[in-house]
Design a protein around this ligand. Structure first.
Ligand code: AMP
Length: 466
């Protein structure tokens, strides 16, 4: 049973998808006008692990992310660099996806670009206009906040309280908090609409995209804490008004910030480290360990020292795994010593308990620091017996399985490295057998080419009679 903290209800709730074991998960994607920084990475690694764990528990997860590829920030940056804004967006989208790949964030099923969903966006705005939730001015189409009585339910605010501090700089708007669904523009980039040329507002792209792929109601919506207000609040207003169905989302999940000296890492503050720069110095596993050592809802303060601590923590797991792998390969455990025989209740019990602790922590709102700490307890309790070879082969095999499960759930690369090596060996065998067939057909030119290319990779083939 998984419990999830829901920002909307402000409490932990038992997780139950709307339809059987199918989970529809949407997380706000990046605005692509610059390289992504490690604050973004914190959020996306957190949701990667959430998707991994749900899958591990047998759910069939469809993970959708939008790409904001049209936005004032993109246009501004393109003006500065003299590029076409859409080309600039494509360039940084490509880099973002490469960065995610290098970080092992690989569970997103579909990246949906705002610019490829203009007709869905326009249709949703039309519905909102038709139902009286939106109105037109000479600068655009606006959502009328006062028409949606639940406005503020996610961020726990009341419009009346908000309005005390608000001024209405645009007197064409009915209420100061009304937000743009469509911005009328006659300078490119723009798209045609029933209201003339223009561009979509930021909030509407997400609800148009989720409605297209998930329908008006789905399971989980995620993003960083900064998106609760106004972005996610606006999304609820748009979707619930357009469909008349509540709730739009069953579980709202938000990640805490990655901070630098107590301040949110952000592009605008200029206090950021790009994912690329970080990965020049640290492995993806070290950064992942660093992120997962804090609960996803809590803030993390980034510093070189904490990263070093993560490096050391990770090394302990590496070493533990290495010792087990070496012991397994050494053949020492093949003897009949009763201590190392097949019955090893003491260690099996310890392993069972640790596995349970690990899963309990993950079930408790994906509490990765608690899960990692249960792994370290296990390593501490069993290490001595492993080093002194007082453990059975069967138990070691079960520990290897447990480590693989952890690797799969938390997404650590080092645990799956072995299987990559296996795959490489299989590929080499495959090339060798193809080459053999070519030789039988007397295609010596191609068979020699394969041999010479493998040679360049330090794989030497010698043709002998046998
Ligand atoms: P943006 O491209 O700014 O829209 O951000 C994309 C996602 O990254 C959003 O979910 C943000 O909340 C999240 N994000 C941005 N900066 C940070 C940060 N310093 N810590 C955690 N998440 C962040």
């Amino acid at each position: 049973m998984i419990e999830v903290y829901n920002t909307l209800s402000r409490k932990k709730e038992i997780f139950k998808p709307r339809e059987g074991n199918r989970v529809k998960l949407f997380v706000c994607g990046p605005t692509v006008y610059d390289n992504s920084h490690i604050g973004h990475a914190r959020t996306y690694i957190s949701f990667d692990v959430i998707a991994r764990y749900l899958k591990y528990q047998g759910y069939s997860v469809f993970y959708l992310q939008n790409i904001t590829d049209i936005d004032d920030k993109i246009i501004k940056r393109a003006k500065e660099t003299g590029e076409n804004p859409l080309n600039l967006a494509r360039e940084f989208e490509k880099k973002y996806i490469e960065d995610m790949k290098s970080l092992g964030v690989e569970n997103v099923n579909l990246y949906a670009r705002a610019t490829e969903h203009l007709s869905e966006i326009i249709n949703q705005i039309k519905t909102l206009m038709y139902k009286g939730f939106a109105y037109e001015t000479d600068s655009g189409i606006y959502f009328d906040e006062s028409q949606f009585e639940d406005f503020g339910k996610l961020s726990n605010r009341k419009i009346e309280d908000l309005n005390v501090h608000r001024i209405n700089p645009d007197t064409r708007k009915r209420n100061p908090g009304d937000f743009a669904l469509w911005k009328k523009k006659d300078e490119p980039p723009y798209w045609d609409s029933p209201w003339g040329t223009g561009r979509p507002g930021w909030h509407i792209e997400d609800t148009a995209i989720t409605e297209e792929y998930f329908g008006p109601q789905y399971d989980i919506h995620g993003g960083g804490l900064d998106l609760i207000f106004p972005h996610h609040e606006a999304e609820i207003a748009q979707m619930e008004s357009a469909s008349g169905k509540k709730p739009m989302v069953n579980y709202w999940m938000h990640t805490g910030f990655l901070n630098v000296s107590g301040e949110k890492m952000s592009k605008s503050l200029g206090n950021f480290i790009t994912i690329r720069d970080l990965l020049e110095e640290y492995s993806p596993d070290v950064f992942r360990f660093f992120v997962l050592s804090t609960h996803y809802r809590s803030p993390i303060d980034f510093s070189q020292e904490i990263l070093e601590q993560s490096n050391n923590g990770l090394k302990r797991i590496y070493k533990f795994k290495e010792n087990i792998d070496e012991l397994m390969e050494s053949g020492i455990l093949e003897n009949n010593n009763p201590e190392t025989g097949p019955k090893d209740h003491k260690h099996e019990k310890l392993l069972l308990q640790s596995r349970e602790n690990f899963m309990n922590a993950m079930n408790n709102d994906f509490n990765t620091p608690m899960a990692l700490s249960s792994l370290f307890d296990f390593i501490r309790d069993i290490n001595r017996d492993i080093n002194e070879i007082r453990i059975s082969k069967n138990t070691l095999i079960n520990i290897q399985k447990f480590l693989n499960e952890i690797g799969e759930i938390l997404g650590f690369e080092f645990i799956s490295k072995k299987s990559n090596e296996d795959a490489t060996a299989e590929l080499v065998d495959l090339l060798i057998s193809i080459r053999e067939k070519l030789r039988q057909k007397k295609d010596y030119e191609l068979s020699d080419e394969i041999r010479s290319n493998l040679n360049d990779l330090d794989i030497i083939i010698e043709d002998r009679k046998s």
